[in-house]
Design a protein around this ligand. Structure first.
Ligand code: HEM
Ligand code: NAG
Ligand code: NAG
Ligand code: NAG
Length: 458
């Protein structure tokens, strides 16, 4: 009997403590005098995440509720208070003009336990500045041009795989994932993955574990993200040991192979090896010659996989799906491609690819409606008073930028649910404020890959 009473009391105490903790957290914005969206226990403003709604849908709903209230409102990621931005001028202040107050994202990093988490997207402050500087020469159009042949060669496999399937219906996401995994693992790890020919079941499984439903539950990811320090203390992992070991082994083996055989292929991996051995990349001017460690380049090679695979394959899949639903767009695009390859026997060069204006409009419109980076994040590293309001974004709190919601804002996009590549003619672009569209983020911490594709178009 006694033990039951004690047990009961302990449970009651724990429940009460948790309740009080949530209640205290949920009163944060009221105390601060900041307008906020009412949270409910225990998900805060993310009720229905993973079950009823996609994360991106929830953020759009919050945007719709918040935008009339204030250009920044308080809201809750489970229990963690955050600032939600509803105004594009404020996005620009945070990501560009006042970047120094918002350098980091506040992501989970546990370098000791999980070295692969210490990559450019996650690392902070001077560590990030150093690494971003080191990696900048990796992302230039000249470097992409030198990888074009590899990508072009792999696309032959894609054509064959498509032809094989095209008698039936094509499961396009699966197909595009295999293709992007082949491209990224070839250019970043020097690995001949050949997922398109179903030769690498293990890598395919691993990719599904990282990006697909088989991976970490959204709950766990949210916990890691809401409480990065606590998660580190509890030794939680973002990826399973299997995933971590797989990448560490594959990448290290290929590095060793290239070093032993003086293999000078020009791709991402070789540039990383140069940064490890010499501190700079051949032919690139650099004042900072500190070398990168093996763990540092393993994490960055993994980053290319992590940041590059799902973003690209999702974009390609949605683009193809929209073409299937819009025969007129598809016909027009086919005309452009046929006209520009008339004299080349179907070969598409790096230059021609970029001269295909309508193709690039189709990609732009796909990225507007199906934005893989549907939210951008920053963490305040000092207090920031929001101009024109009485609101101060407090040091240590996260700022959420609902990119996808801006891409559907009727102020900037007429009939936003309609797929229409003509929104990206130069005349139409000129009619909108530039910050109404930013699928690659903004400011010094935007997508590195963005430079690759934008620099060329000049
Ligand atoms: C369609 C393809 C892609 C999309 C839509 C995309 C989108 C994004 C977005 C929205 C961000 C956050 C930007 C911000 O916070 O302002 C980002 C960051 C980043 N992306 Fe991409 N990305 C794509 C492909 C790639 C590829 C292929 C790579 C590398 C090979 C890459 C490397 C990075 C890196 C390194 C960062 C972090 C930069 C930093 O923190 O300094 N991305 N990307
Ligand atoms: C790679 O470069 C090194 C020195 O820069 C050279 O000695 C070696 O022969 C090259 N290897 C290949 C395969 O081109
Ligand atoms: C794609 O969108 C960006 C941003 O609005 C713009 O700078 C670029 O010119 C667009 N490209 C095309 C081909 O529409
Ligand atoms: C800020 O607070 C002051 C004093 O309480 C008030 O007069 C002013 O209207 C407020 N400004 C805004 C933008 O809410």
């Amino acid at each position: 009997m006694g033990i039951i009473v004690i047990l009961f009391s302990v449970i009651l105490l724990i429940v009460t403590a948790i309740y009080l903790y949530f209640k205290k957290s949920y009163s944060y914005f009221e105390k601060e005098g900041v307008p906020f969206i009412k949270p409910t226990f225990p998900f805060g403003n993310f009720q229905g995440i993973g079950s009823k709604y996609h994360f991106a849908t929830i953020l759009r709903k919050i945007y719709d509720e918040a935008k009339g209230k204030s250009k920044v409102v308080g809201f809750f990621n489970f229990i963690e208070p955050g600032y939600f931005i509803t105004d594009i001028e404020l996005v620009k202040l945070i990501t560009v003009k006042n970047f120094n107050s918002f350098v980091n994202r506040g992501m989970f990093v546990n370098e000791e336990n999980e070295p692969l988490t210490a990559h450019l997207v996650n690392i902070e402050d001077d560590r990030w500045r150093f690494m971003r500087n080191k990696l900048s020469p990796v992302f230039t159009s000249g470097k992409l041009r030198s990888m074009y042949a590899i990508i072009n060669g792999l696309s032959e496999n894609l054509i064959k795989a498509t032809e094989k399937q095209s008698k039936n219906s094509i499961e396009v996401k699966n197909l595009m994932t295999k293709f992007t995994v082949d491209v990224v693992s070839s250019t970043s790890f020097g690995m001949n993955a050949n997922c398109l020919n179903d030769e690498n079941k293990e890598l395919h499984e691993i990719s599904r574990e990282i990006f697909g439903a088989e991976g970490a539950s959204p709950m766990k990811l949210f916990f890691l993200f809401a409480f990065p320090e606590l998660s580190k203390f509890l030794k939680l992992r973002q990826f399973s040991k299997r995933v971590t070991n797989f990448f560490i082994n594959v990448i290290s083996e290929n590095i060793k192979y290239r070093e032993d055989n003086n293999d000078n292929r020009s791709d991402f991996l070789n540039m990383l090896i140069q940064l490890k051995n010499k501190g700079s990349i051949d032919g690139e001017f650099s004042t900072e010659t500190k070398k990168l460690t093996l763990n540092e380049i393993l994490a960055q090679a993994f980053l290319f996989f992590f940041a590059g695979t799902d973003t690209s394959s999702t974009t390609a899949s949605y683009g193809l799906t929209e073409l299937a639903f819009h025969q007129d767009v598809q016909d027009k695009l086919r005309q452009e491609i046929l006209a520009m390859t008339k004299d080349t026997n179907g070969e598409i060069s790096y230059e021609t690819l970029h001269e295909m204006t309508y193709l690039n409009q189709v990609v732009n419109e796909t990225l507007r409606m199906h934005t893989p980076g549907f939210a951008n994040l920053r963490k305040a590293n000092e207090d920031f008073k929001v101009p024109g309001t009485n609101i101060t974004i407090k040091k240590g709190y996260k700022v959420w930028i609902p990119t996808l919601a801006f891409h559907f804002e009727e102020k900037y996009w007429k009939n936003p649910s309609k797929f229409d590549p003509d929104r990206f003619t130069p005349e139409e672009i000129a009619k909108r404020p530039p910050m109404s569209y930013f699928p690659f983020g903004e400011g010094p911490r935007n997508c590195k890959y963005f430079y690759l594709i934008s620099i060329y178009s000049e």
